[in-house]
Design a protein around this ligand. Structure first.
Ligand code: ZN
Length: 141
């Protein structure tokens, strides 16, 4: 198994068994977005605990890249402050757009599995969908 296969494995695992799938009844933020190029849809609910994102859940339909990215993202954002979330969004965006220097592999963890999408411009929108939804949601915070 080479590295690409391993990454593929992580993506498929999150696609088949997504983390934090659902919708929070007591959400502070309800967000949604679509990627018309691929037909992906993501709905996110976020509950804050003071300045940090306490719980993040998502529902969605679409390709494996978009859904796996959302699943990994919800794991990553829990317990982070809005400022930290902004940094992660920037870092993840840089990675999938192929800017290797900006990437801190320790911080991104499993999300590194999505690095390969930078070679496929149409898939970059899939990978970024969930992140754009969060970015818009916290824009004015
Ligand atoms: Zn897609």
């Amino acid at each position: 198994m080479d590295l690409d296969d391993l990454y593929q494995e992580i993506i498929l695992e999150h696609f088949k068994y997504p983390k934090n799938r659902g919708s929070l009844n007591d959400a502070d933020l309800k967000l949604e977005g679509k990627n018309p190029f691929c037909g992906d849809e993501i709905k996110l609910t976020v509950k804050f605990n003071g300045p940090t994102l306490d719980r993040v859940e998502f529902e969605g339909t679409g390709c494996a890249i978009s859904q796996a990215s959302a699943s990994m993202m919800t794991e990553k954002l829990k317990g982070k402050t809005v400022a930290e979330v902004r940094e992660l969004i920037n870092e993840f965006s840089s990675m999938v757009k192929g800017n290797k220097e900006a990437v801190n592999t320790d911080r991104l963890g499993d999300l590194i599995a999505l690095k390969g999408v930078c070679d496929f411009p149409t898939r970059v929108k899939c990978a970024l969908l969930a992140w754009r939804v969060v970015e818009q949601g916290i824009e004015k915070m």
